[in-house]
Design a protein around this ligand. Sequence first.
Ligand SMILES: Nc1ncnc2c1ncn2[C@@H]1O[C@H](COP(=O)(O)OP(=O)(O)OP(=O)(O)O)[C@@H](O)[C@H]1O
Length: 299
Amino acid sequence: MVIRTEGLSFNFGDQQVVKSLALQVPEGSIYGFLGPNGAGKTTTIKLLLNLLQTQEGSIRIFDKDLRTNRISILSQIGSLIEQPAIYQHLSGRENLLNRALLLQVPIKRVDEMLALVQLTNAADKKAGQYSLGMKQRLGIALALLADPKLLILDEPTNGLDPNGIIEIRELLIKLVNQHNKTVFISSHLLGEIERMATHVGIINFGELLFQGSISELQALSKPLVCVETNNTVDAANLLTRNNFTVTDVTENYLYVPYTTKQQTSEINALLNNNGHAIYSIGKQQKDLEKLFLDITQKA
Ligand SMILES: Nc1ncnc2c1ncn2[C@@H]1O[C@H](COP(=O)(O)OP(=O)(O)OP(=O)(O)O)[C@@H](O)[C@H]1O
C-alpha cells in the first residue's frame, strides 16, 4: 500500500471531523476519495500532507511512519490543494522555472512537464490569462516537477467545464499508466472520477462508508427488472399477489429485483395475460451516482 492509515481521527475543537479512518491506497491506483461538501476530505488530505498534526491514529506512506519520516516522505509527494500556488504575472514556463530553481530540479524538466500537461503552446502566456483548466494543469505540472511517486489532489476538477474535466482525467490516467505514479484524488462528484478511478473511498461525516475497487462498488448496485406499463399500481398488485417482490412503483415504471432471464419472461407473461400493456421490460443496473447518494445518505 502506498498510503495506509489506521484509527486516524481529527477534531476541530469539540467537532470530530475525521473518525477512525482506515485508508488503503494501493500502488499504481487512481484512488477516488469521495464525499459530499464538509465530509472531511480536505482535513484528511491535510493530515496526509502533515499540514495538520495527527491527533490520533497513524499514517504510513510508502510503508514508513509519517511522524518519523516526514521529510523523506513529503519529498516524494506532489500535491495540489485548493487553488494552485501560481504567480499570475509570470508565464506558465516562468512559474515552472522558478519552482525548478527552488527545488534544484534539472531545467529540462520544465519543458517536459509543459508537454506532459499540454501547455507547450501556452507556455509563454501569462498564467493570469489561463483558463481555470489550464491553471489546474499548470498546478499539476508544478506538483510533478520533482518527479514524486504519489500525487495528492484536492478537488482538481472543481469548477471545470466538461472539456477541462476530460483533460485532467486523461492526464491522470497517463500519469498512472505511463509514468508509474499513484494518484489520490478527492471529489464530491462520483461522476467526475468514476471513469478514471481504479479504487474508491467514500467518506461522510468523517467516516469511511465504503472502500474498495471500482468493480466492488459496482457489484453493490444490484440489478432490477424495470417494467414500463399503463397501470403500474394494478400491475404491482398483481405481481405481489403472485409472489414477486416489487421494490418501487412510479407513475410509469415498476421495479422487481432481477434474478434470472426466466423470471423476466414470467413477469412479462403474467402482466400480458392479465391485460396489462407492457411498453418496455428489461434488466437495469442502478447507476453509480445513485449508489453514491444511497451510501452517503444512509449515514
Ligand atoms: N479550520 C477549521 N476550523 C474549524 N472547523 C473546520 C476547519 N476546517 C474545516 N472545518 C470543518 O470540518 C469539517 C470537514 O471539512 P473539510 O474541509 O475537511 O470537508 P471537505 O470534505 O473537504 O468539504 P469540501 O468539499 O466542502 O471542501 C466541516 O464541518 C468544516 O466546517
